[in-house]
Design a protein around this ligand. Sequence first.
Ligand SMILES: [Zn+2]
Length: 142
Amino acid sequence: MSDCIFCKIVVRQAPGSIVYEDDTTLAIMDIHQPTTHKVLIIPRTHAVMIYDLSDDQAAAIMQLAVKIARVQREVTQCEGLSIFQSNGSVAGQDVFHYHLHLLPRFAKNDHHQDKREAFPPRETLDRMAADLRTRLEFTASE
Ligand SMILES: [Zn+2]
């Protein structure tokens, strides 16, 4: 799977704004829609669909999703948060590495709406990811 962009991010052969990582799991800011504050959670090893995950991977991903959702709410003051997967060729994806999307949702007329389509530079994305990472570490140490 040397052509898999997410596998390349895992081994740092491709850029990724890392929110969190441990032995099984990685979380990154979405490179296509960064100002939505979307975060992707991916297993370190290549799996395509949810039923391809090991029990340990599945548990780690779901537990991490809850932790990241809490810091996303803290940062964005969002009204709610969508968690979804959209994987494999049936979803029209061009990345076939399992990933979970965590997407904050805002009320109409919220100021975040105005910036949805912007594409900030990598350094902005890295800063946003670092902010989430710091808050995750702080939460974990409590
Ligand atoms: Zn992969």
